[in-house]
Structure formats: structure tokens, C-alpha cells
Write a protein that binds this ligand. Sequence first.
Ligand code: CU
Ligand code: CU
Length: 288
Amino acid sequence: MAYTRKDVSTLTAGEKRRFVKALLELKRRGEYDEFVRTHIEYYVADGDGGLRTAHMAPSFLPWHRQFLLQLEDALRRIDDSVSVPYWDWTRDRTAKSAPWTRDLLGGTGRAGDRRVMDGPFAYGEGNWTLKEGVTDGAYLTRDLGRVREPLELPTRSDVEWALKDTAYDVSPWDSTVTRGFRNKLEGWGTGRGAPSWRNHNRVHRWVGGAMVGGASVNDPVFWMHHAYIDLLWSRWQQRHREHRYQPAKPPAPGTAQYRRVVARHEPLPPWDLTPDQLEDHARIYRYG
Ligand code: CU
Ligand code: CU
């Protein structure tokens, strides 16, 4: 039986409590930090050379789908009533709305060091010490909305701009492509600074603090954000049924993207699964 991933703004008090409890238990066991490490390890950019799987590549969507499934599996081994809720940032758009409440993720960081001071993931609670990829300190940081250089969350029309593109992705399959659903959703735009951060990337920047960069998994909002990104991929699939993950075939030897992106039927490291196998999640989970 498929389980349901719910809108985070609709969770009951009990659902929030169980979700938080399972996350804290995973952290206590040391398993959570393995997820942070994996994400840091796969944070490979266009300019780095080698195979790109998680970001700036067609497999951005299936890579994070499988990554979320692994986290969700680990949570469900602790409490099988739990699933990862999604944060629809086109609707819950302020630093006071879901999921930034004291009974779930807590709110923004304080002035100065941006340390999160309330909720179950506040450093002072003693249950959420950052261990991987930390530069400032072992505490979780946020700067919701970027107080000094304010930024708006993406809107419905930003999302629609991505969803209406009929191509999944196009050559050269990287952060520079201006067409295709994948990069319009992943959000590498042209130019510099805030105007160039679209959809997925803009949300990481809006949260700020730990959510910027390879160690973004340190903030549990990572999973809710990526659950919504995953939901949008499902919506795109439903809307464009005749279109699928691209590239269907690996780029040819001698071309710039040879061995740098994963084609539809190639394994997607670190897993022995292909994008083709990750396109349909309906037997595992659904969005409610
Ligand atoms: Cu990522
Ligand atoms: Cu992300």
C-alpha cells in the first residue's frame, strides 16, 4: 500500500510530534549525519569535471527522489506512521507560516550569528548539533527572507513557467540551459545574484544559513523543500505524459557531456538504480 506525503500546513499536532521525534532519533543514532555527508560528497558543479548526478544535471530530480526515499525509509523504520511532508512555498510564504513554527522546525535565526533559538532543532535543546560541513559553529542557522537583502520566495507563476515546458531537459544538460523543465525548476538562471536564483535554488537562498551550499541537509527543511520539488516533477509528468526523462541515450564519445551526465537507462550513483526505474513512485508513495 502506498503511503501519503502530506502538505506540511495540514499536519496534526500528533503528526508533527512523530515526525520530529523520528528525525531526532535518526540524528541521535548518527544516521542523519550520513545523509549530510552523502549530499556534500555529491555536490559536484559544472566546472568540476567528472560525472554530475545530484545537481546541475538531468538526474537532479531522480537523484533527490531516491535520496528522500532513503531518508523516509530510515524514518519509517523508527515510526511507520511517518512520511516526509512537503512545503508548498508558493502558498506558505512567510517566516511565520508553516513549517516555521515552534512545534515543528522552529523559526529564523537571531540577529548577528543567525542561530535558530526556538523549536526542537535549536542548539540549546541539545539534540541537533551540526557535525558535517560546518564553518560557523555547531548550531543550526537561518536567515528567513534574508533580512538585509530581502528576497521573495518563488511564486505560482515561476513554478508554472517551469511546468509548462514540454522538454524534460535539453543539451548541454547543465546549469547553463535556458530551456527544459529540469533547469527551470532546479533554478540556475542567467546573470548574477538574486535575479539568477529561480525556483529550487531561490528557496535554498531564502532560508539562508545552513540551507546554502552542500551541507544544506543539516536543516531538516531540506526534506520538505525537496518533497515539494519532487511533487512538481510528478505534476510535470502528469501534464506531459508523452515526455520522459532526457537524455534517453548517453552523450556520444568526443562530445562535451560524454560521461558527465546519466542517461535514462544508466545507473545513478551511489545507487544501482536508473532514472527510468525512478520515474514512477505511485506504488511507494503519493502526494495528498
Ligand atoms: Cu541537493
Ligand atoms: Cu536542493
